[in-house]
Ligand binder design. Sequence first.
Ligand code: IPE
Ligand code: IPE
Ligand code: MG
Length: 238
Amino acid sequence: MAKETTYRVPEHVAIIMDGNGRWAKKRFLPRNAGHVQGSRVAEQICEDAWNLGIKYLTIYAFSTENWVRPEDEVKALMNLLRKYMKDSIERSSKNNMRVRVIGDISRLDEDLQESIQTLEAVSAENTGLCFQVAINYGGRDEIVRAARQLAMDAADGRIKPEEITEERFYTYFDTGGIPYPDLMIRTSGECRTSNFLPWQLAYSEFYFTDVLWPDFNKKELQKAIDYYNNRERRFGGV
Ligand code: IPE
Ligand code: IPE
Ligand code: MG
């Protein structure tokens, strides 16, 4: 008799959506065409993730390092995010998604910050996919902001240094309250994490694929989950 195995769907998947520029270049298109297609894929993958049984999805849309890109590319990316946030305000009531933005949004244009706040507020009670979008996100920056807030609370006497535990510190993170990712996916062949969720990914399984983000789809997501199923997570045990 075959050994009985249970198929495990990761509760939380984090994705570094990489390769938009290369996808466009291959087609002799401007880089922005890759970003446009990439944002369509991001929208679709939310639906696919939920249908596959994933409860939390976190995607890397814009890093604290991405500001060094040419000004017109940064502008185009911000306009795409602007449109995404606006459209999602209505969409979230249909797809029941709870959307949160992680990262330091104070550096974004004010109208974009407002759209983000509206979207987070209108979708806060939704019970479907918990979807986190990382914008002006850097893992080191997140840790420093958390530490700064913690230090302020300590200085004001709200917390004693000996009360600081991993759990307590984590509540200061942008992702505080959200379970750590079980699986991290990076597309386009790069095998690095580029400052994405360094604390949260400490025990996650990593899946790297050569597929460029604009070509990613449900079948590729399924492959990543299959890979995850073949891993044995030990968490330091034997
Ligand atoms: C990922 O695609 C999207 C962002 C970083 C915003 P890239 O723009 O990094 O695409 P490549 O790596 O140049 O192909
Ligand atoms: C990581 O991709 C950031 C996002 C996907 C938003 P990059 O393309 O910016 O990463 P590097 O520069 O190749 O490490
Ligand atoms: Mg890239």
